[in-house]
Design a protein around this ligand. Structure first.
Ligand code: PXP
Length: 239
């Protein structure tokens, strides 16, 4: 079975919507671990729209499984990673106006900087993963710059409406996994995965870990709604 890394960014999105101190992604990470998650992922974005520096600092101390820091390839973020020393870093492209990470890294274009920063972080004991499209050239380029892992972008697969298109995208994922494995890299996968589309991807061989965020946080809100309302009613009754 592949492992599950839970991305708790959107607990912080909810908190930031109110500008107060709850719900706390640190508490959500603890509960995810208690439920059996194999790792916790947070994306510290340059614009700090959800996860804050305070969150990653506390999570570094409290996460008992593995902390994966998603971040852009910038001097600021690399300096934070070198200080924080997460178990792994996943490098992602970042655009100010995007709602969530769009597309994978163009590894060839960034090869000089990637090579240098990957080596720097690896020397500090950080495992480095690159978020890329399921594309053979990107996979080869990831290997050339020394990445330990790739994280395959599953977004296109998730967006497909027709069965034949979904199967075609699954085949693409399968070829990408196999190519990365042959080059000796570990393989993670994520983006857009939910309770309806995970099955066929989970059945593919060779994926070490899935990183899933939005659908888990969305489901948590809904499955927790009834209990939350009951608890408030109890307080009203008791007063
Ligand atoms: N992996 C990466 C690299 C991501 O950027 C994201 C989104 O933050 C995810 C996985 C999780 O995607 P989702 O929230 O759609 O499950």
């Amino acid at each position: 079975m592949a492992k599950l890394g839970v991305n708790v960014d959107h607990i912080a999105t909810l908190r930031e919507a109110r500008g107060i101190d709850e719900p706390d992604p640190v508490a959500a990470a603890m509960l995810a671990e208690l439920a059996g998650a194999h790792g916790i992922t947070v994306h510290l974005r340059e614009d700090r729209r959800h996860i804050q520096d305070r969150d990653v600092k506390i999570l570094r101390k409290t996460v008992k499984t593995r902390l994966n820091l998603e971040m852009a390839l910038t001097e600021e973020m690399v300096a934070i990673a070198m200080k924080l020393l997460p178990d792994s870093v996943t490098l992602v492209p970042e655009g100010r106006h995007e709602l969530t990470t769009e597309g994978g890294l163009d590894v060839s274009m960034l090869r000089q900087t990637l090579k240098q920063k990957i080596s720097l972080m690896q020397q500090a004991g950080i495992v480095v993963s690159l978020f890329i499209e399921p594309d053979i050239e990107q996979i080869k380029a990831s290997h050339r710059v020394g990445a330990d892992y790739i994280e395959i972008h599953t977004g296109t697969y998730c967006e497909m409406k027709l069965e034949k298109d979904r199967l075609e995208q699954l085949r693409r994922l399968e070829l990408a996994i196999s190519a990365a494995r042959k080059l000796g890299m570990g393989v993670n996968a994520g983006h857009g995965l939910n309770y309806r589309n995970i099955g066929p991807v989970a059945a593919l061989r060779g994926i070490d870990e899935f990183n899933i965020g939005h659908s888990i946080v969305g489901r948590a809100v809904l499955v927790g709604m009834e209990r939350a309302v009951r608890e408030m009613l109890e307080l009203l009754k008791g007063s």
